[in-house]
Write a protein that binds this ligand. Structure first.
Ligand SMILES: CC(C)(COP(=O)(O)OP(=O)(O)OC[C@H]1O[C@@H](n2cnc3c(N)ncnc32)[C@H](O)[C@@H]1OP(=O)(O)O)[C@@H](O)C(=O)NCCC(=O)NCCS
Length: 221
């Protein structure tokens, strides 16, 4: 795996000694829906099971992607060097269960994530999770849920590392994280990260257009 998979114009700002590539996590919008579908359809059956709790057929995955409401939920993604969407994190918001003793806030959030096999082990899943958590803080949500199979060792590791409270039940695990309230630094951190990701996205998108254009030019000669 090339360590410059996520190569970006600000890579020199990376901390010394940090061997993992910088991972720009960007908010996804309507225009990314087609690429999201491609990402999910490329997931193998075993990954679909881990991500959705069952091996969803293509048709249901298509319905899921078409049904994502970008004005209610947040979707984050990571594009690689060649402008391919290699990871998607879906942060879905829902009203708090009236009987809940976990939070007094109006809404709670649930996070689901998938990373393409080619981009695993580089910290992408963890970065998406961190981004989702900081977005919750800044949206007055103090409880972030995650539902996964308890055999999902990688996700359990990420959840434990983040300090999540984990409840195991019949092979499934419900984990939740209590979050601190927003403060000026969490707001600034999210805004800066998004600015950086937008810059990275624009750079990669333009590079891809240029490569295509040159390719056409060369073929014409
Ligand atoms: C789970 C998933 C999102 C992780 O993505 P990723 O980008 O590879 O994750 P990261 O690189 O950020 O972190 C992986 C961590 O798990 C650790 N890990 C990997 N395999 C492990 C295993 N078998 N047991 C324990 N820890 C493991 C890594 O060492 C790393 O830890 P570190 O950051 O402390 O070094 C990805 O594997 C995936 O998409 N799986 C299929 C879908 C899924 O399971 N979704 C989660 C349910 S919502």
């Amino acid at each position: 795996m090339s360590s410059d998979l996520f190569q970006n114009p600000l890579r020199r700002l990376r901390k010394k000694g940090d061997r993992r590539p910088t991972v720009p996590v960007k908010e996804l919008r309507e225009r990314d829906r087609r690429r999201m579908l491609r990402h999910f359809l490329e997931l193998e059956d075993s990954d679909r099971l881990l991500r959705f709790g069952s091996v969803l057929p293509d048709e249901q995955i298509t319905n899921y992607v078409n049904g994502i409401n970008f004005s209610r939920d947040m979707v984050f993604g990571v594009y690689n060097r060649v402008f391919r969407l290699v990871a998607v994190g879906h942060l879905a918001f829902a009203p708090r269960d009236e009987s809940s003793t976990v939070t007094e806030k109006e809404r709670v959030a649930e996070f689901g994530v998938s990373v393409s096999r080619s981009a695993r082990g580089l910290g992408v899943g963890s970065r998406l999770f961190e981004r989702a958590a900081i977005h919750c803080r800044n949206s007055d949500v103090d409880t972030l849920y995650m539902h996964c199979l308890s055999t999902n060792k990688t996700m359990m590791h990420i959840a434990k590392k983040a300090g999540m409270e984990i409840h195991r039940d019949y092979g499934e695990a419900d984990a939740y994280l209590k979050l601190l309230p927003a403060d000026p630094s969490s707001v600034l951190q999210e805004a800066l990260h998004e600015q950086f990701a937008v810059l990275d996205y624009t750079f990669k998108a333009n590079k891809r257009i240029a490569v295509k254009w040159f390719g056409k030019l060369i073929r014409r000669k």
